[in-house]
Write a protein that binds this ligand. Sequence first.
Ligand SMILES: NC(=O)c1ccc[n+]([C@@H]2O[C@H](COP(=O)([O-])OP(=O)(O)OC[C@H]3O[C@@H](n4cnc5c(N)ncnc54)[C@H](OP(=O)(O)O)[C@@H]3O)[C@@H](O)[C@H]2O)c1
Length: 281
Amino acid sequence: MPKRPATTPPKRPSVTPDQGPVLFKRLHPPGAPLSALDFVEQLGLPRATDEHSGGTPTRPYTLLNMVSTADGRVTIKGRSGPIGNRADYELFHALRTVADGVMIGAGTLRTERYNRIVDDPDERALRLARGLQEEPCACLLSRHLDLSPEIPLLADPAARVVIITPSDARLLDCAARVDYIRSAPGQPLDLRAAMSELHERFAIGVLLCEGGPHLNAELFAQGLIDELLLTLSPKLAGTPPGEQLLLMIAGASFDPPLELELISLLESESHLFLRYRVAHS
Ligand SMILES: NC(=O)c1ccc[n+]([C@@H]2O[C@H](COP(=O)([O-])OP(=O)(O)OC[C@H]3O[C@@H](n4cnc5c(N)ncnc54)[C@H](OP(=O)(O)O)[C@@H]3O)[C@@H](O)[C@H]2O)c1
């Protein structure tokens, strides 16, 4: 499993090294138990899509992975770590082994203080065996580029980073290799065009988005998410009086609501792992 600096709490629960992989029960469609790595191996993802884009250029096939309590909370004390279990942690990392790029909103990057995306040598070897780059590209969204170069991902010279931004600023003192996708001067960022550029310039065919809620809202609103992988944790966290809490999608609402179609359902320790296809109108 990827190591994280002692100062950086893991995004999801950690495991003891000699435990074998968690075996998920397959509830739908039914089948023999399987590990997270087996599950991602069987996803059968297209390397890119243009089928929903109405003639606009091809963009990466995009999965969103999120974890939520049963009552809809995506953070507890501001973090996602306390929500999931070990199976969720393993799935979170296994998904990174099949993606060409991992997309993260700046809010999540700052809060969760991301490390390099795949630092486990076995997982890096697995990616190479699958014909992928050893390291997925970290695709960061930021308007203001207020990103500390001390965030472990940005401080790692081995990390590959693409920053998608309407700003013409650059990150200074950043050890990671950083490229930029920018909007035309003075123009707002066109997310769909940025996604196409990820595909064309950086050969990203499968993009894994890891949130957070404000970025999710924009991606869903523009029909840029193809699948939602949602871990539903058997916890109720409630809402402290007077506090505004983040749901999975923040800053946009959909009327009529977006429709999802269940592709598969796994279970481990009462956590449910839902794989949904997002209907595009
Ligand atoms: N439960 C889960 O699975 C899960 C997953 C992820 C995150 N989280 C939690 O969610 C929280 C963070 O979420 P959040 O909604 O506050 O932040 P977020 O969605 O991660 O990031 C929002 C930021 O992304 C940038 N951004 C978004 N849309 C953009 C666009 N179109 N163009 C350019 N930049 C854009 C902006 O960055 P700038 O501010 O730099 O301009 C914006 O402030 C954290 O507490 C984290 O723990 C939970």
